[in-house]
Ligand binder design. Structure first.
Ligand code: ZN
Length: 449
């Protein structure tokens, strides 16, 4: 029943329905749940067991990452000049050498990077399972870091010999995919409020699984009451593949197979046209916007402004570290703003809207209505940002400054009321051990070439 009071913040950004920003703000939480939000004066009468001074800081809800491939954290800086399909073909053989230890090390590395930059909830999309790798390896790794985890059981079933993109050695039998998906949902998925782990169903992409698997995955997810995730309309090649192979655009393909609705979110959607944006808005189908990855692979600029205006549920995603090659969500929000302005003018996108998408928008898109805002009764996931950091000092508008001149990392991060980052370092795991494990795996992966 310990009551923790975070007080004297320059600004508390609540992301409640009125999007209140409270100058001189404070947040109190107990048993993983927010108990009170207000000015420091309003909360001064609370008898707190632990008082955290947030002077000079902005306090926000923890950031939400809606698309990632954490295993890729060990393959940054490869195929640096390739577009999506060529990039994948270069990386598949390296990923085929991963062991469970490598996936564990890569997941810890990626989640540590996210936690240290203020992320309290991250999804993951693991779609290849060589050498005994299981989704369990990533879930165990996440437990060690302490942030909420939303792994999705990905899959690839159409290899090169059947006209797909991945090598045959990396694809799985579809019956085995569905059986293992049921196993991990039954073992790990927690549908309750405050859940630390939820599991989604996520065939990799229309160009690496069959029409039947897409359809069966949707049926399975609805039977289990879990969410669906995949890649869609990432670049022009992706759309061309859909037109040639399926005779329709990606949006129509998704709709025909049951891949629209509030329980579905797609990564990228760079190439959605106006009718597809309308389809997503009407059906409440979500989009994980990954601007840095889209830039790195030359995929284009997603119609974020149009999707936001139409009411498409939106989240920000860093995407895998092989195509970003960084995992810093505030930088991602910044990139989102800048790209929309590059094509739409200075008024095209507001930094506060980007911060909303990176917090509450992402949480709601993932069905986590218990997270994403600082309000009494919501889970105690909050990030404390020291605006005296070299990269942020001098920001007059502290909230816009958080997006436009973000600190390198978060000062403190609480998830379910528990400290994950304090004074800029991990609490529940040792940074040095994470790096050492990643280095060991990296050396082995290079040796095998
Ligand atoms: Zn991806």
């Amino acid at each position: 029943m310990t009551l923790t009071l975070v007080t004297n913040a320059d600004v508390v950004v609540t992301m409640d329905d009125a999007r209140r920003e409270i100058a001189g703000g404070a947040v109190a939480f107990r048993d993983g749940v927010i108990a009170a939000v207000g000015t420091a004066g309003e909360l001064a009468a609370l008898v707190a067991d632990d008082v955290i001074d947030a002077a000079g800081c902005v306090v926000t809800p923890g950031l939400v990452n809606t698309h990632h491939h954490l295993y890729q954290s060990l393959t940054r800086g490869l195929a640096v000049n390739a577009s999506l399909f060529g990039w994948l073909k270069t990386l598949y053989p390296i990923w085929a050498r991963y062991t469970p230890e490598d996936v564990f090390a890569a997941t810890q590395l990626g989640l540590a990077e996210l936690a240290l930059s203020g992320c309290s909830l991250s999804t993951d999309h693991l779609y290849l399972f060589p050498n005994g790798v299981t989704l369990d390896d990533t879930i165990h790794a996440a437990a060690g870091i302490g942030i909420r985890f939303y792994p999705t059981r990905g899959s690839m079933s159409v290899g090169e010999s059947a006209g797909g993109l991945p090598p045959d050695t990396l694809v799985e039998d579809e019956a085995a995919i569905l059986a293992d998906t049921i196993r991990v949902i039954d073992r790990f998925h927690d549908a309750g409020p405050g859940a630390m782990v939820r599991v989604g169903v996520a065939p990799c992409s229309p160009f690496s699984v069959s029409r039947e698997l897409m359809r069966d995955a949707a049926l399975l997810a609805r039977d289990k009451g879990v969410m669906l995730h995949t890649h869609l309309a990432e670049d022009a090649d992706d759309v061309a593949f859909s037109l040639e192979r399926f005779g329709c655009r990606p949006g129509q393909y998704a709709e025909e197979l049951g891949w629209v609705g509030r329980d579905v979110w797609h990564a990228h959607c760079v190439q959605l046209d106006a009718s597809e944006i309308d389809l997503f808005a009407r059906t409440g189908t979500g989009v994980a916007h990954c601007p840095c990855s889209n830039c790195r692979l030359g995929s284009g600029i997603a119609p974020l402004r149009a999707m936001f205006a139409a009411g498409v549920p939106l989240g920000i995603g860093v995407d895998g570290s092989a195509s970003n090659d960084s995992g810093h969500l505030l930088n991602e929000a910044r990139q989102a703003v800048l790209l929309q302005r590059a094509v739409g003018g200075a008024g095209a996108f507001d930094p506060r809207d980007a911060l909303w998408i990176a917090t509450r928008g992402g949480a709601e898109m993932l069905g986590r209505h218990d997270c994403g805002s600082l309000e009494p009764g919501k889970r105690a996931d909050l990030a404390i940002w020291d605006m005296a950091a070299l990269s942020s000092a001098g920001a007059w508008d502290r909230v816009a400054g958080l997006v436009l001149s973000p600190p390198g990392g978060v000062r403190d991060l609480f998830v379910e009321g528990r400290g994950v980052v304090r004074d800029g370092d991990l609490v529940q795991t040792k940074r040095g051990e994470i790096v050492a494990a990643a280095d060991r795996s990296l050396a082995r992966l290079k040796e095998a070439i």
